[in-house]
Design a binder for this molecule. Structure first.
Ligand code: SF4
Length: 372
């Protein structure tokens, strides 16, 4: 039922906290001797979600359906608690379902929540959220101490922040290796996604090892003809056959604006001993994402800057079906990018999408446009 990474995590003796996407406070859980895992995707493939389907409508996104299925099925016995913040409306509706479902299964799960104020950073709208966030995190720490018998230490917190700085830095270096063709993009995705089920220390060792291997590969060993460079954007990267179709059409993936990848490791604030202060900065200064509503004003300029820095002339939006946050934003981004001479292609990725051949034709036509 569990892969080797999860077995190792369970054997570490740490309580496992299943964190709802998108950007949970991993440093805090790690510092308190807990093992956070972000419930994006799971140790084993999940083409179907029977345990979720009796609770959740089939027009919810695949992230929510897989997360629910994992926790409600026997596999969810690996989790000792759940953490969530108000990342999106779909996720916001899940805690009651999970609390009820796990209680009915005889293994009730503690659910820990913080509320993130989604207010604007513009001058007129700017309000003091620091005190509110500090209170939310003080409450979370107290709940974790009571529930799991762990203790917060400012010293361990700063140490953990530094460990995650290293992890994110290694991810950025691998990101660049993928952009230079020193590691295939699909392999890069597999590597980063595998770390979600590892302890922080194991992530550092694993990423360091993979990076060392990529350094032995000379840049741009690609023999195929490249006709254009594109950026991939979305919540999740598209499935491997779609990535292969993009590269097979002659496009090089020069970078990404994907929530599980670049948006998650692009940047983090300077270490601080106080979790309230640290997470105020962490969320305020986060790389823009449509789920962080207050980053909306910076979203286009940041994306365009990334496109320019990577020398891309096109963006492929891999739209997670039923994710209204991404879909509301697409028309705006597409219009603005078009005005800048950047080509765009929007693909819809569904939970059990078998229609890669239909996407392939559109990708090939897009590649001609980007290369033309
Ligand atoms: S894909 Fe969209 S709707 Fe689904 S969990 Fe992520 S942000 Fe929410």
């Amino acid at each position: 039922m569990y892969n080797d990474d999860l077995i190792r995590l369970l054997e570490s003796g740490r309580k496992v906290i299943g964190c709802f996407p998108l950007y949970p406070p991993l440093e805090l859980f790690d510092a308190m001797g807990l093992a956070p895992v972000v419930l994006w995707r799971f140790p084993e493939p999940m083409p179907e979600t029977p345990a979720s389907d009796s609770h959740l409508q089939n027009y919810a996104c695949s992230v929510a359906r897989r997360l629910t299925d994992f926790i409600l099925s026997d596999a969810g016995g690996a989790i000792d608690g759940v953490f969530m913040y108000n990342a999106c409306d779909t996720l916001r509706n899940l805690p009651e379902i999970l609390e009820h479902g796990t209680r009915a299964a005889g293994r009730p799960l503690p659910v820990h929540r913080v509320h993130m104020p989604m207010v604007g950073c513009g001058q007129e709208q700017d309000v003091d959220t620091a005190g509110f966030i500090a209170d939310e995190f003080a409450g979370l720490i107290q709940a974790l101490e009571t529930t799991y018998g762990v203790v917060f230490s400012a010293e361990r917190f700063e140490k953990s922040i530094r460990r995650f700085e290293t992890i994110r830095d290694l991810c950025r270096q691998l990101d660049m290796a993928a952009a230079q063709g020193r590691i295939p993009f699909a392999d890069f995705v597999r590597v980063v996604h595998r770390t979600w089920w590892m302890s922080a220390a194991a992530q550092v060792d694993f990423l360091t090892g993979v990076l060392a291997e990529t350094r032995e590969v000379s840049p741009e060993p690609v023999t195929r003809k490249i006709t254009g460079r594109v950026l991939l954007s979305g919540i999740l990267p598209p499935p491997v056959p779609v990535i292969e179709a993009i590269e097979g059409a002659g496009l090089a993936i020069a970078g990404n604006d994907i929530a599980t990848l670049y948006r998650a490791y692009a940047k983090m604030p300077a270490p601080a001993a106080d979790p309230g202060r640290y997470y105020h900065q962490f969320y305020r200064e986060h790389f823009p994402c449509p789920t962080l509503l207050y980053t909306a004003d910076e979203r286009f300029d940041t994306l365009l800057d990334l496109i320019r820095r990577r020398g891309a002339s096109g963006v492929i939006f891999a739209g997670e079906k039923f994710c209204e946050y991404e879909y509301f934003e697409y028309p705006y981004l597409e219009n603005r990018l078009k005005a800048e001479g950047i080509h765009t292609l929007r693909l819809e990725i569904a939970m059990a999408d078998a229609s890669i051949s239909a996407l392939r034709t559109r990708i090939e036509a897009f590649a001609e446009m980007v290369g033309g």
